[in-house]
Design a protein around this ligand. Structure first.
Ligand code: NAI
Length: 334
């Protein structure tokens, strides 16, 4: 017999039974991301799908005594993908290929665009109300691809489509703490724009460190923009960030679930369908968003920028516009 306290604790963990699906769960990001989702008490039904390895990862994770059921799905079984997605609340997409040394995120477009397009079409069919979190690169183009697919299927909800840019914010917090000798857990840096090279704009002028010397600040900004390259180089052909990315993905997924659950003041940056620069033809932009029961509740303005940041924003917008158009045209042309 359960004690009254134990019963109450149990019932509070099952009060928000969220179904979550990871597409690409057997990969470098997918595996640790699935582990972190297995440890998240908001998740009660975890579905893992990959071209290979999802069953093994699911069975492995299923032995962890948290309050969720984990199941693996493969493309070989009938309706494997649709069963993985059926009526799920959240779909995370880390499926695709990662960078090798010398590659930019844009170089991945040729392979990842069609992978993301096809998975988005499956999600539109089987989980039309789910929040979709796109991790596969190039995020600046894959998010518009998903939006276009959902639009074509008549189920596009801009409040529930997210490009995961959390890794840029966590890198910014870590790197600024290294140069300023501060506690990284207390650092917050707004990172806006997109998720590749010069489209990543960390707003140092909005932190407590705005008096940093020009050299130090420029070096820091460059490191935040190209931090992913450090990992690609160190892994020497074995891929890009997977563990820090899994942490970032799980952090953002938890924020989305917290919003769905009705928690207040849940704010995270994300690359979303945004009104901020729509008048200039830029349909998607990363900035802090408040997450709520229906997905995005509020898209925050970017605030005041320094003249240096204004210049970065101009360059970002030129690249971003092209990246977004490339994604939209890819779907339109098929
Ligand atoms: P990986 O190659 O280790 O894993 C990718 C997985 O996707 C593989 O297991 C593969 O079998 C699977 N996959 C491929 N096509 C699929 C399909 N049609 N359906 C289901 N699964 C499929 O790559 P990794 O390191 O996990 O990276 C995944 C993606 O995440 C890459 O595009 C990478 O550039 C991106 N990424 C994004 C970041 C971000 O901040 N948003 C940061 C780091 C990586």
């Amino acid at each position: 017999m359960l004690s009254r306290v134990a019963k109450r604790a149990f019932s509070s963990t099952v009060a928000n039974p969220y179904k979550v699906t990871v597409l690409g769960a057997g990969g470098g990001i997918g595996q640790p991301l699935s582990l972190l989702l297995k440890l998240n008490h908001k998740v009660t039904d975890l579905r893992l799908y990959d071209l290979k390895g999802a069953k093994g990862v699911a069975t492995d994770l299923s032995h962890i005594p948290t309050n969720s059921v984990v199941k693996g799905f493969t493309p070989e079984e009938p309706d494997g993908l649709s069963n993985a997605l059926k009526d799920t609340d959240m779909v995370l997409i880390p499926a695709g290929v990662p960078r090798k040394p010398g590659m930019t995120r844009d170089d991945l477009f040729a392979i990842n665009a069609s992978i993301v397009r096809d998975l988005a079409a499956a999600a539109a069919e089987s989980a039309p109300n789910a929040a979709i979190l796109v991790i596969s690169n190039p995020v600046n183009s894959t998010v518009p691809i998903v939006a276009q697919v959902l639009k074509n299927k008549g189920v596009y909800n801009p409040k529930k489509l997210f490009g995961v840019t959390t890794l840029d914010s966590i890198r910014a917090a870590r790197f600024i703490s290294e140069v300023e000798n501060t506690d990284p857990t207390q650092e917050r840096v707004n990172v806006i724009g997109g998720h590749s090279g010069i489209t990543i704009i960390p707003l140092i002028s909005q932190t407590n460190h705005k008096l940093m010397s020009d050299d130090k600040r420029q070096e820091l900004i460059h490191r935040i923009q190209f931090g992913g390259d450090e990992v690609v180089k160190a892994k020497d052909g074995a891929g890009s960030a997977t563990l820090s990315m899994a942490h970032a993905g799980a952090k953002f997924a938890n924020a989305v679930l917290s919003g769905l659950k009705g928690e207040r003041d849940v704010i995270e940056p994300s690359f979303v369908d945004s009104p901020l620069f729509k008048s200039e033809g830029i349909e998607f932009f990363a900035s802090p968003v408040t997450l709520g029961p229906d997905g995005i509740e509020k898209i925050h303005p970017i605030g005041e920028l320094s003249s240096e940041e204004e210049e970065m924003l101009q360059k970002c917008k030129e690249t971003l516009k092209k990246n977004i158009e490339k994604g939209v045209n890819f779907v339109a042309s098929k």
